[in-house]
Design a protein around this ligand. Structure first.
Ligand SMILES: *Cc1c(COP(=O)(O)O)cnc(C)c1O
Length: 367
Protein backbone atom coordinates (compact mmCIF):
# COMPACT_ATOMS: atom_id res chain seq x y z
CA UNK A 1 0.00 0.00 0.00
CA UNK A 2 1.23 3.48 -0.88
CA UNK A 3 -0.67 6.03 1.23
CA UNK A 4 -1.33 9.49 -0.21
CA UNK A 5 0.68 11.03 2.61
CA UNK A 6 2.40 9.11 5.41
CA UNK A 7 2.54 11.68 8.20
CA UNK A 8 3.62 9.13 10.74
CA UNK A 9 6.65 8.20 8.66
CA UNK A 10 7.49 11.86 8.08
CA UNK A 11 7.49 12.70 11.79
CA UNK A 12 9.16 9.46 12.90
CA UNK A 13 12.26 10.54 10.93
CA UNK A 14 12.75 13.21 13.58
CA UNK A 15 11.23 11.33 16.54
CA UNK A 16 14.25 11.75 18.79
CA UNK A 17 14.63 15.48 18.17
CA UNK A 18 10.88 16.03 18.53
CA UNK A 19 10.82 14.13 21.83
CA UNK A 20 13.67 16.28 23.14
CA UNK A 21 11.91 19.46 22.02
CA UNK A 22 8.62 18.51 23.69
CA UNK A 23 10.46 17.45 26.81
CA UNK A 24 12.10 20.89 26.93
CA UNK A 25 8.63 22.47 26.95
CA UNK A 26 7.31 20.09 29.60
CA UNK A 27 10.21 20.95 31.87
CA UNK A 28 10.06 24.71 31.19
CA UNK A 29 6.72 25.27 32.93
CA UNK A 30 5.80 27.85 30.25
CA UNK A 31 3.22 26.60 27.76
CA UNK A 32 2.03 29.77 26.01
CA UNK A 33 4.10 32.69 24.69
CA UNK A 34 7.44 31.45 25.98
CA UNK A 35 10.91 30.93 24.60
CA UNK A 36 9.94 28.36 21.98
CA UNK A 37 7.63 30.91 20.33
CA UNK A 38 10.22 33.64 20.58
CA UNK A 39 12.94 31.48 19.01
CA UNK A 40 10.64 30.01 16.37
CA UNK A 41 9.47 33.48 15.32
CA UNK A 42 13.09 34.59 15.05
CA UNK A 43 14.17 31.50 13.11
CA UNK A 44 11.16 31.55 10.81
CA UNK A 45 11.41 35.25 9.97
CA UNK A 46 15.11 34.72 9.20
CA UNK A 47 14.24 31.78 6.98
CA UNK A 48 11.53 33.67 5.09
CA UNK A 49 13.52 36.89 4.94
CA UNK A 50 10.92 39.09 6.59
CA UNK A 51 11.50 41.47 9.52
CA UNK A 52 8.75 39.93 11.66
CA UNK A 53 7.03 36.60 12.16
CA UNK A 54 4.10 36.30 14.54
CA UNK A 55 2.94 32.84 15.58
CA UNK A 56 -0.81 32.23 15.76
CA UNK A 57 -3.36 29.43 16.05
CA UNK A 58 -3.68 28.27 12.43
CA UNK A 59 -3.49 29.36 8.80
CA UNK A 60 -7.03 30.74 8.59
CA UNK A 61 -6.39 32.86 11.69
CA UNK A 62 -3.15 34.13 10.13
CA UNK A 63 -5.00 35.27 7.00
CA UNK A 64 -7.84 36.74 8.98
CA UNK A 65 -5.57 38.59 11.41
CA UNK A 66 -3.83 40.28 8.47
CA UNK A 67 -7.10 41.70 7.13
CA UNK A 68 -8.27 42.61 10.64
CA UNK A 69 -5.02 44.49 11.30
CA UNK A 70 -5.32 46.47 8.07
CA UNK A 71 -8.86 47.41 9.09
CA UNK A 72 -7.83 48.46 12.60
CA UNK A 73 -5.06 50.63 11.18
CA UNK A 74 -7.48 52.30 8.76
CA UNK A 75 -5.92 50.93 5.57
CA UNK A 76 -8.95 48.77 4.75
CA UNK A 77 -12.61 49.52 5.35
CA UNK A 78 -15.74 47.33 5.43
CA UNK A 79 -16.99 46.57 1.94
CA UNK A 80 -13.60 47.03 0.28
CA UNK A 81 -12.96 44.52 -2.48
CA UNK A 82 -10.18 41.97 -2.28
CA UNK A 83 -9.18 40.09 -5.43
CA UNK A 84 -8.58 36.38 -4.80
CA UNK A 85 -8.16 33.33 -7.06
CA UNK A 86 -11.46 31.53 -7.74
CA UNK A 87 -9.64 28.18 -7.39
CA UNK A 88 -8.27 28.08 -3.90
CA UNK A 89 -8.92 26.37 -0.61
CA UNK A 90 -11.97 27.92 1.05
CA UNK A 91 -9.86 29.42 3.88
CA UNK A 92 -8.37 32.09 1.60
CA UNK A 93 -11.85 33.36 0.77
CA UNK A 94 -13.31 32.96 4.28
CA UNK A 95 -10.63 35.24 5.71
CA UNK A 96 -11.88 38.05 3.49
CA UNK A 97 -15.60 37.47 4.14
CA UNK A 98 -14.98 37.10 7.87
CA UNK A 99 -13.70 40.67 8.04
CA UNK A 100 -16.62 42.30 6.27
CA UNK A 101 -14.59 42.71 3.08
CA UNK A 102 -15.80 41.60 -0.34
CA UNK A 103 -13.92 38.75 -2.03
CA UNK A 104 -13.73 39.14 -5.83
CA UNK A 105 -12.87 35.75 -7.36
CA UNK A 106 -10.64 35.80 -10.43
CA UNK A 107 -9.91 32.91 -12.80
CA UNK A 108 -6.52 31.16 -12.81
CA UNK A 109 -4.22 30.50 -15.71
CA UNK A 110 -5.08 27.02 -16.98
CA UNK A 111 -1.46 25.93 -17.35
CA UNK A 112 -0.14 26.94 -13.91
CA UNK A 113 -3.41 26.91 -11.89
CA UNK A 114 -2.26 30.26 -10.46
CA UNK A 115 -4.22 33.52 -10.51
CA UNK A 116 -4.20 35.09 -13.99
CA UNK A 117 -2.27 38.37 -13.81
CA UNK A 118 -4.14 39.83 -16.81
CA UNK A 119 -7.48 39.17 -15.15
CA UNK A 120 -6.36 40.82 -11.93
CA UNK A 121 -6.01 44.10 -13.76
CA UNK A 122 -9.37 43.86 -15.54
CA UNK A 123 -11.12 43.05 -12.23
CA UNK A 124 -9.96 46.23 -10.49
CA UNK A 125 -12.71 48.72 -9.55
CA UNK A 126 -12.57 51.92 -7.45
CA UNK A 127 -13.40 49.74 -4.40
CA UNK A 128 -10.53 47.29 -4.93
CA UNK A 129 -8.03 47.68 -2.10
CA UNK A 130 -6.09 44.43 -1.96
CA UNK A 131 -5.01 41.32 -3.85
CA UNK A 132 -4.64 37.99 -2.04
CA UNK A 133 -2.43 35.68 -4.09
CA UNK A 134 -2.27 31.97 -3.23
CA UNK A 135 0.87 29.95 -3.94
CA UNK A 136 -1.33 27.01 -4.82
CA UNK A 137 0.04 23.45 -4.75
CA UNK A 138 3.39 24.95 -3.66
CA UNK A 139 4.08 27.07 -6.75
CA UNK A 140 4.86 30.78 -6.61
CA UNK A 141 1.89 32.89 -7.77
CA UNK A 142 3.79 36.19 -7.60
CA UNK A 143 5.00 37.78 -10.82
CA UNK A 144 6.75 41.11 -11.42
CA UNK A 145 3.63 42.20 -13.26
CA UNK A 146 1.42 41.50 -10.22
CA UNK A 147 3.83 43.60 -8.14
CA UNK A 148 3.58 46.40 -10.72
CA UNK A 149 -0.23 46.25 -10.85
CA UNK A 150 -0.45 46.51 -7.05
CA UNK A 151 1.93 49.46 -6.91
CA UNK A 152 0.22 51.24 -9.82
CA UNK A 153 -3.25 50.92 -8.27
CA UNK A 154 -2.07 51.32 -4.68
CA UNK A 155 -3.31 47.89 -3.63
CA UNK A 156 -2.17 45.80 -0.69
CA UNK A 157 -0.53 42.56 -1.78
CA UNK A 158 -1.17 39.70 0.63
CA UNK A 159 0.23 36.18 0.20
CA UNK A 160 -1.41 32.92 1.24
CA UNK A 161 1.74 30.86 1.77
CA UNK A 162 0.01 27.90 3.44
CA UNK A 163 1.23 25.49 0.75
CA UNK A 164 4.59 26.99 -0.19
CA UNK A 165 7.08 27.17 2.71
CA UNK A 166 10.53 27.44 1.16
CA UNK A 167 9.41 28.46 -2.32
CA UNK A 168 11.79 30.99 -3.94
CA UNK A 169 11.04 33.72 -6.49
CA UNK A 170 14.18 35.32 -7.98
CA UNK A 171 16.18 34.69 -4.84
CA UNK A 172 13.46 35.73 -2.38
CA UNK A 173 11.14 33.46 -0.47
CA UNK A 174 7.40 33.56 -0.88
CA UNK A 175 6.06 35.07 2.31
CA UNK A 176 8.39 38.05 1.85
CA UNK A 177 7.11 39.28 -1.52
CA UNK A 178 4.03 41.28 -0.51
CA UNK A 179 2.93 43.50 2.39
CA UNK A 180 2.09 40.53 4.63
CA UNK A 181 1.80 36.77 4.31
CA UNK A 182 -0.09 34.01 6.07
CA UNK A 183 1.42 30.59 6.77
CA UNK A 184 -0.30 27.42 7.96
CA UNK A 185 1.50 24.65 9.83
CA UNK A 186 -1.36 22.17 9.57
CA UNK A 187 0.30 18.72 9.88
CA UNK A 188 0.13 17.88 6.16
CA UNK A 189 1.79 21.10 4.94
CA UNK A 190 5.46 21.15 3.85
CA UNK A 191 6.29 22.63 7.25
CA UNK A 192 3.80 20.80 9.44
CA UNK A 193 3.29 20.85 13.19
CA UNK A 194 1.77 18.03 15.25
CA UNK A 195 -1.50 19.87 15.61
CA UNK A 196 -2.68 23.30 14.48
CA UNK A 197 -0.37 26.25 13.97
CA UNK A 198 0.10 29.33 11.84
CA UNK A 199 2.11 32.53 11.44
CA UNK A 200 2.07 35.91 9.78
CA UNK A 201 5.21 37.39 8.24
CA UNK A 202 5.60 41.06 7.38
CA UNK A 203 8.19 43.86 7.26
CA UNK A 204 5.71 46.40 8.63
CA UNK A 205 6.25 47.06 12.36
CA UNK A 206 2.78 48.56 12.83
CA UNK A 207 1.01 45.58 11.25
CA UNK A 208 3.22 43.17 13.21
CA UNK A 209 2.36 44.90 16.51
CA UNK A 210 -1.31 45.16 15.68
CA UNK A 211 -1.51 41.44 14.82
CA UNK A 212 0.31 40.48 18.01
CA UNK A 213 -2.15 42.58 20.01
CA UNK A 214 -5.26 41.40 18.13
CA UNK A 215 -4.25 37.76 18.59
CA UNK A 216 -3.93 38.32 22.35
CA UNK A 217 -7.51 39.52 23.02
CA UNK A 218 -6.60 42.97 21.73
CA UNK A 219 -4.22 43.50 24.61
CA UNK A 220 -0.61 44.62 24.46
CA UNK A 221 -0.30 45.65 28.09
CA UNK A 222 -1.79 43.19 30.57
CA UNK A 223 -5.45 43.92 31.35
CA UNK A 224 -5.59 46.87 28.95
CA UNK A 225 -7.74 46.02 25.91
CA UNK A 226 -7.12 48.27 22.97
CA UNK A 227 -9.16 46.31 20.40
CA UNK A 228 -11.96 43.78 20.43
CA UNK A 229 -9.40 41.09 19.71
CA UNK A 230 -9.38 37.34 19.63
CA UNK A 231 -7.34 34.47 21.05
CA UNK A 232 -5.04 32.92 18.48
CA UNK A 233 -1.67 31.80 19.78
CA UNK A 234 0.88 29.22 18.71
CA UNK A 235 1.31 26.60 21.45
CA UNK A 236 4.81 26.28 22.89
CA UNK A 237 4.77 22.56 22.08
CA UNK A 238 3.92 23.26 18.43
CA UNK A 239 6.58 26.00 18.24
CA UNK A 240 9.15 23.53 19.62
CA UNK A 241 8.14 20.88 17.05
CA UNK A 242 8.26 23.45 14.25
CA UNK A 243 11.79 24.51 15.23
CA UNK A 244 12.89 20.90 14.66
CA UNK A 245 10.98 20.56 11.40
CA UNK A 246 12.21 23.90 10.05
CA UNK A 247 15.80 22.61 10.22
CA UNK A 248 14.86 19.80 7.83
CA UNK A 249 12.55 21.75 5.50
CA UNK A 250 15.12 22.44 2.78
CA UNK A 251 16.11 18.79 2.54
CA UNK A 252 12.43 17.71 2.61
CA UNK A 253 11.56 20.13 -0.19
CA UNK A 254 14.55 18.88 -2.16
CA UNK A 255 13.16 15.32 -1.97
CA UNK A 256 9.76 16.53 -3.18
CA UNK A 257 11.43 18.29 -6.11
CA UNK A 258 13.34 15.18 -7.15
CA UNK A 259 10.14 13.14 -7.17
CA UNK A 260 8.35 15.83 -9.19
CA UNK A 261 11.17 15.87 -11.74
CA UNK A 262 10.94 12.13 -12.11
CA UNK A 263 7.15 12.25 -12.52
CA UNK A 264 7.48 14.99 -15.14
CA UNK A 265 10.10 13.03 -17.05
CA UNK A 266 8.69 9.54 -16.85
CA UNK A 267 4.90 9.75 -16.73
CA UNK A 268 3.71 9.21 -20.26
CA UNK A 269 0.02 8.71 -20.81
CA UNK A 270 -1.97 10.65 -23.38
CA UNK A 271 -4.99 10.77 -21.06
CA UNK A 272 -3.08 12.63 -18.39
CA UNK A 273 -1.90 16.21 -18.46
CA UNK A 274 1.13 16.93 -16.31
CA UNK A 275 1.52 20.26 -14.50
CA UNK A 276 3.57 23.01 -16.16
CA UNK A 277 6.65 23.98 -14.15
CA UNK A 278 8.84 26.75 -15.51
CA UNK A 279 11.10 27.36 -12.52
CA UNK A 280 11.99 24.60 -10.07
CA UNK A 281 13.13 27.14 -7.44
CA UNK A 282 9.63 28.64 -7.48
CA UNK A 283 7.87 25.38 -6.61
CA UNK A 284 8.03 23.25 -3.46
CA UNK A 285 5.55 20.60 -4.64
CA UNK A 286 3.22 20.62 -1.68
CA UNK A 287 1.08 18.66 -4.13
CA UNK A 288 1.62 17.12 -7.54
CA UNK A 289 -1.60 17.78 -9.48
CA UNK A 290 -2.33 16.10 -12.79
CA UNK A 291 -5.40 16.69 -14.94
CA UNK A 292 -7.39 13.76 -16.19
CA UNK A 293 -10.89 13.90 -17.64
CA UNK A 294 -11.63 10.41 -16.38
CA UNK A 295 -10.06 10.94 -12.99
CA UNK A 296 -12.52 8.67 -11.16
CA UNK A 297 -11.39 5.79 -13.42
CA UNK A 298 -7.75 6.64 -12.89
CA UNK A 299 -8.27 6.95 -9.16
CA UNK A 300 -9.94 3.53 -9.04
CA UNK A 301 -7.22 1.98 -11.21
CA UNK A 302 -4.51 3.30 -8.89
CA UNK A 303 -6.46 2.25 -5.80
CA UNK A 304 -6.59 -1.27 -7.29
CA UNK A 305 -2.78 -1.19 -7.45
CA UNK A 306 -2.62 -0.09 -3.81
CA UNK A 307 -1.90 3.59 -4.56
CA UNK A 308 -3.92 6.30 -2.82
CA UNK A 309 -4.53 9.66 -4.48
CA UNK A 310 -6.55 12.75 -3.50
CA UNK A 311 -8.51 15.58 -5.14
CA UNK A 312 -7.64 19.24 -4.47
CA UNK A 313 -10.42 20.24 -4.54
CA UNK A 314 -13.58 18.54 -5.76
CA UNK A 315 -15.89 21.59 -5.54
CA UNK A 316 -14.71 25.18 -6.11
CA UNK A 317 -15.67 27.83 -3.52
CA UNK A 318 -18.19 29.59 -5.80
CA UNK A 319 -20.25 26.37 -6.08
CA UNK A 320 -20.33 25.68 -2.35
CA UNK A 321 -23.48 26.08 -0.30
CA UNK A 322 -21.66 28.52 1.99
CA UNK A 323 -21.26 30.88 -1.02
CA UNK A 324 -24.83 30.49 -2.28
CA UNK A 325 -24.72 34.08 -3.56
CA UNK A 326 -22.05 33.00 -6.08
CA UNK A 327 -23.62 29.73 -7.21
CA UNK A 328 -24.94 31.33 -10.43
CA UNK A 329 -21.48 32.64 -11.43
CA UNK A 330 -19.43 30.86 -14.07
CA UNK A 331 -15.69 30.32 -13.79
CA UNK A 332 -15.02 27.78 -16.56
CA UNK A 333 -11.28 27.36 -16.02
CA UNK A 334 -11.73 26.94 -12.27
CA UNK A 335 -14.57 24.49 -12.83
CA UNK A 336 -12.50 22.51 -15.31
CA UNK A 337 -9.53 22.26 -12.93
CA UNK A 338 -11.77 21.18 -10.07
CA UNK A 339 -13.43 18.55 -12.26
CA UNK A 340 -10.20 17.00 -13.56
CA UNK A 341 -7.54 17.49 -10.86
CA UNK A 342 -5.97 14.47 -9.20
CA UNK A 343 -3.04 14.72 -6.76
CA UNK A 344 -0.43 11.96 -6.87
CA UNK A 345 1.47 10.97 -3.73
CA UNK A 346 4.49 13.22 -3.17
CA UNK A 347 6.38 13.55 0.08
CA UNK A 348 9.90 13.47 1.48
CA UNK A 349 9.45 9.86 2.62
CA UNK A 350 8.17 8.34 -0.62
CA UNK A 351 10.80 5.77 -1.66
CA UNK A 352 12.35 5.38 -5.10
CA UNK A 353 10.62 2.02 -5.62
CA UNK A 354 7.25 3.55 -4.65
CA UNK A 355 7.78 6.38 -7.14
CA UNK A 356 8.56 3.83 -9.85
CA UNK A 357 5.50 1.79 -8.91
CA UNK A 358 3.28 4.89 -9.23
CA UNK A 359 4.79 5.86 -12.58
CA UNK A 360 4.38 2.39 -14.01
CA UNK A 361 0.78 2.08 -12.74
CA UNK A 362 -0.07 5.38 -14.47
CA UNK A 363 1.75 4.56 -17.69
CA UNK A 364 -0.05 1.23 -17.88
CA UNK A 365 -3.48 2.76 -17.44
CA UNK A 366 -5.65 2.73 -20.50
CA UNK A 367 -8.98 4.42 -19.88
C1 LIG B 1 -4.27 24.80 4.62
C2 LIG B 1 -4.60 26.06 3.96
C3 LIG B 1 -5.13 27.16 4.66
C4 LIG B 1 -5.61 27.09 6.08
O1 LIG B 1 -4.72 26.65 7.01
P1 LIG B 1 -5.25 26.03 8.40
O2 LIG B 1 -4.03 25.98 9.22
O3 LIG B 1 -5.86 24.71 8.11
O4 LIG B 1 -6.26 27.00 8.96
C5 LIG B 1 -5.29 28.35 3.98
N1 LIG B 1 -5.02 28.45 2.67
C6 LIG B 1 -4.55 27.42 1.96
C7 LIG B 1 -4.25 27.61 0.51
C8 LIG B 1 -4.35 26.18 2.56
O5 LIG B 1 -3.90 25.16 1.83
Amino acid sequence: MIPFLDLQKINLQYAEEIRDAIDRVVRSGVYIRGNENRFFEEEYSNYIGSRYAIGCGNGLNALSLIFKAYKKTGVLDSGDQVIVPANTYIASILSISENGLTPVPVEPDKETFLIDQQKIETSITPRTKAVLIVHLYGQCAYTDKIGDICRKHNLLLIEDNAQAHGCVFKGEKTGSLGHAAAHSFYPSKNLGAMGDGGAVTTDDPIIADTIRTLANYGSEIKNIFQFKGTNSRLDEIQAAVLRVKLKHLEEDNHQRKNIAKQYLKEIKNRNIKLPVVSDFDAHVFHLFPVLCEKREHLMRHLKGKGISTAIHYPIPPHLQESYREWNHLKFPITEYIHSAELSLPISPVLTQSEVEEIISAINNWDE
